[in-house]
Design a binder for this molecule. Sequence first.
Ligand code: AMP
Length: 114
Amino acid sequence: MTKTIFEKIILREIPANIHYEDDDIIIIDDINPVAPVHLLIIPKKKIETLNDLNDVDAELISNMFQAAKKMATKLGIDKSGYRTIFNCNEDGGQTVYHIHLHLIGGRSLAWPPG
Ligand code: AMP
């Protein structure tokens, strides 16, 4: 099966600016940031879309949000605010089919999204 860009980053086949890594997740800068802070929290386990989540992934997803919260605090946007987003499939704007949680902040974000 073809590797996604995120699998290649996890395997160090292509570079990324890595903020954090453990056995289950990696956190990198988005290559095309939409705000002063735009990180991606990526599970090492390949799950293509949110539709493919199983009950066994509950702890992993929880860990991803805990990691996002910690990164927001570390980067000083916890008080000003931030957004966490999973895009799913075409209408959701998903372009990489390996789930990832966007952490976006550092400026006021419009709502609703386009
Ligand atoms: P999504 O559109 O929700 O699937 O998000 C995919 C994100 O991955 C986009 O925000 C891209 O800018 C980002 N991205 C694509 N390639 C890379 C890369 N090589 N390193 C870091 N981020 C990337």
